[in-house]
Every structure is written in structure tokens, then in C-alpha cells.
Design a protein around this ligand. Structure first.
Ligand SMILES: NC(=O)c1ccc[n+]([C@@H]2O[C@H](COP(=O)([O-])OP(=O)(O)OC[C@H]3O[C@@H](n4cnc5c(N)ncnc54)[C@H](OP(=O)(O)O)[C@@H]3O)[C@@H](O)[C@H]2O)c1
Length: 258
């Protein structure tokens, strides 16, 4: 795989932005020095600066130097960001990738200009370890730019090109979905503890706790926490734990039944 030779700006380096940056570096798509990470509280990015990433609070300058710009702020933070970068946007130079849920390509062009090429991408945090399923959609980007963006996300997982009107469904399944399955793992381990395992034995393979990983996926006021909490209101973890206990009970009783 050939390395990308341009510069990448990730505007809004929180959970998904940082996961993407780490994934691209790990996959050697780009060197850390080609990737600028922005957020308002830049001190929170000190560890990434130590790894060689360029750190800035100046979104407009980051865009001016970039060939690929990733918009990775929360949807409710996006308009302010777009207003800031408008003066340095060059539709001939940069391609814009938006990972913001529920924001269309047209929404972004209405702020940045009609000539701007926008590609929406819906990855998940597994991007940091090269295991994301990323859905990609656009309504105006060139074939070359789409190919480059697909190549970029393919270095950090699998990519599916979809129509933009499927993006909301892709968000619920690919991005939010990771939290639902992690909670299932957590609930299964809780069930496992109740039937006799030590928690340490059940989470051996993970370098972090499933709940820690869930925290990375649940943006404040976001769609993932809404869906996850709704599942819990309907007994998601509880039903898994009860099911595991019943299976254990049955498994232990099979011999005696005969
Ligand atoms: N988390 C996921 O699994 C996931 C998956 C797919 C898509 N997404 C989408 O990705 C976006 C980000 O989600 P997230 O979970 O990564 O949220 P997050 O952790 O809250 O990250 C957003 C970051 O944006 C920064 N920010 C806010 N305003 C800014 C500005 N004007 N300039 C520069 N940085 C700014 C914030 O830091 P400061 O407060 O320091 O500025 C924060 O670190 C959302 O639109 C979400 O829909 C998330």
C-alpha cells in the first residue's frame, strides 16, 4: 500500500478523530507529521503531540495546509466550525470528509460553497485497531477523490459505498452498533461472574474494559447513548444475564435428568 503524500487535518479530535488518526498511523497510510489534529482544549492532545502528530487550535490554518479535511466534531458543533474555516477553504485543493451524524453533503456545501467536494463517512471506533466497518457516501465528489477516501478507510478496516439516504441507517448499525455489542459482552461477563468465573478470567483478551470502550462511542446527547439506554430500559443486560444463568442451570442439570 502506498503512503498518502499530502496533509490531513482532523478537525475535532475527540473519540472518533483520535481513533482515526491512530488507525491511519498504525496502517502507515500517513506519517504522524502529515496529520494535524485540532480541538479547542489542545492540552488534551499532549500525548498525541508526543507521538509526532501536529496539534493546533486553529482550524482555518489546519485547513489551509490540508489536502484531506476530516470534520469530526459533534453535529451541534459543526456550524460554528464551518464558519471558522470558510475563509481558507479551497474547493480545488481539499476534499472534505464528514463523519458527523445526520449532516448531509448539501448541508456542508451550503456553508462552505457549492464547489466543495464532500464525502460522508460513517466509521466506528474499531478504526483505531484497523477493524472498522465504514460506510461512505457522496453526491458530488470526483471518482479520484472517492477512490482516495475509500483507500484511506480501507487501511483501517472494510468499506462499503452506499447511497447517502442510507447513511442514517448505517449510523445506527455500524457506529452505534459497536456499543450495543460491547454491552452484550459486558452483560455476558456479568452473567459469567454470577455463575462462578472471576471477572479477570473473562476479560483476559481486552486491554481495556468494554465499558471504557462504550464511553468512546457514546457522544454527549448522541444517538448511541439514546439507543443503548432504551435497550437497557427494556432489559437488555438483564435478559442476557438471566439467560446465561438459566443455561448454566440447565447445563448442570442435564445428567441428573436422565
Ligand atoms: N464516537 C463514535 O463512535 C462515532 C462514530 C461515527 C461517527 N461519529 C461522529 O463523529 C463526531 C464526533 O464524535 P465523538 O464521539 O468523537 O465526539 P467527541 O469525543 O465529543 O469529539 C468531538 C471533539 O470536537 C472538539 N471540538 C468541538 N468544537 C470544536 C471546534 N470548533 N474546533 C475544533 N475542535 C472542536 C471537541 O474538543 P474541544 O471541546 O476541546 O474543542 C471534541 O474533542 C460526531 O459528529 C459523531 O456523530 C462518532
Amino acid at each position: 500500500m502506498s503512503q498518502f503524500t499530502g496533509n490531513i487535518a482532523i478537525l475535532g479530535s475527540g473519540n472518533i478523530g483520535i481513533s482515526l488518526a491512530k488507525g491511519l498511523l498504525k496502517a502507515s497510510y500517513a506519517q504522524a507529521g502529515q496529520i494535524t489534529l485540532t480541538r479547542r482544549n489542545v492540552s488534551n492532545l499532549n500525548l498525541l503531540a508526543e507521538q509526532g502528530f501536529l496539534i493546533s487550535a486553529d482550524n482555518a490554518s489546519a485547513v489551509a495546509a490540508a489536502d484531506i479535511v476530516v470534520l469530526a466534531v459533534l453535529p451541534q458543533q459543526l456550524n460554528q466550525l464551518l464558519d471558522q474555516i470558510r475563509p481558507t477553504v479551497d474547493g480545488q485543493k481539499q476534499v472534505f470528509i464528514s463523519v458527523a451524524s445526520g449532516v448531509s453533503c448539501i448541508d456542508i456545501r451550503s456553508k462552505l460553497g457549492d464547489e466543495v467536494q464532500v464525502i460522508r463517512a460513517m466509521p466506528n471506533t474499531a478504526i483505531a485497531i484497523g477493524q472498522s466497518m465504514t460506510c461512505v457516501a457522496t453526491d458530488n465528489a470526483s471518482k479520484e477523490n472517492v477512490e482516495e477516501v475509500v483507500r484511506m478507510f480501507e487501511t483501517v478496516g472494510a468499506v462499503v459505498k452506499i447511497n447517502e439516504d442510507l447513511m442514517t441507517a448505517a449510523t445506527a448499525l455500524c457506529a452505534c452498533g459497536i456499543a450495543f455489542f460491547l454491552r452484550a459482552i459486558r452483560a455476558a461477563s456479568q452473567g459469567g461472574v454470577e455463575i462462578g468465573f472471576h471477572a479477570d478470567d473473562l476479560l483476559l483478551q481486552m486491554q481495556s474494559h468494554p465499558e471504557q470502550e462504550i464511553d468512546k462511542v457514546t457522544s454527549p446527547k448522541g444517538c448511541t447513548i439514546a439507543g443503548l439506554n432504551e435497550m437497557e430500559h427494556n432489559g437488555f443486560s438483564s435478559s442476557l444475564i438471566k439467560g446465561i444463568k438459566l443455561s448454566a442451570l440447565q447445563a448442570g442439570a442435564l445428567y441428573k435428568k436422565d
